[in-house]
Design a binder for this molecule. Structure first.
Ligand code: CTP
Ligand code: ZN
Length: 155
């Protein structure tokens, strides 16, 4: 793209989620609970050329920062994403999302008879991350393998 034009404007204060896996911008919007009733400026860019990823999606949220659970959820579906905190037009913090080797809580096992889904058992769903991309999670309790689609329906 020519330097003369800027595809999406810079923001003054807020968060830029950059390097989102192509096709997942709207899932990031969903994770952040943004809908038609939300306030604040939100910019979505899809299929933007990227040196690192070929193409990527970007989401910019003005006037808001993310909480750790939101960042963990984004890591599940967009493991290369970077979270940039913007204050007064400057990037004051840049964090690459990171999937821990073990996911505790956040998502449920899709096997209905898994003990982690039993209401009588105080067991936190726990998954081993076997692969980040494509996402492959293995339930600690029943061995069920879950992929991105199984996770996305829960957000
Ligand atoms: N950005 C923005 N508003 C600002 C500053 C930055 O929207 N006031 C956006 C940039 O457009 C970019 C992201 O935040 O999408 C990160 O900015 P920056 O670190 O300046 O860009 P790069 O160096 O290209 O980032 P990286 O090294 O992570 O690829
Ligand atoms: Zn299970």
């Amino acid at each position: 793209m020519s330097k003369k034009t800027l595809r999406v404007s810079k923001i003054k204060d807020g968060t830029v989620i950059d390097h989102i896996t192509k096709g997942h911008a709207l899932n990031v919007i969903k994770i952040l609970g943004i809908d038609g009733c939300s306030n604040g400026v939100v910019t979505i860019a899809m299929n933007v050329p990227s040196q690192k990823l070929g193409v990527k999606d970007i989401v910019k949220i003005e006037g808001r920062e993310l909480n750790p659970e939101e960042v963990d959820k984004i890591a599940l579906i967009a493991p290369h994403a970077t979270i940039n905190i913007i204050r007064n037009y400057k990037v004051v913090e840049k964090q690459r999302v990171k999937l821990p080797p073990i996911i505790l809580g956040i998502i449920k096992c899709t096997n209905p008879s898994c003990i982690s889904n039993s209401e009588n058992e105080p067991i936190k769903p726990t998954f081993y991350v076997e692969s980040e991309e494509p996402l492959r999670l293995r339930c600690r309790y029943c061995g069920k393998i879950m992929g991105k689609e199984d996770v996305l329906v829960q957000f």
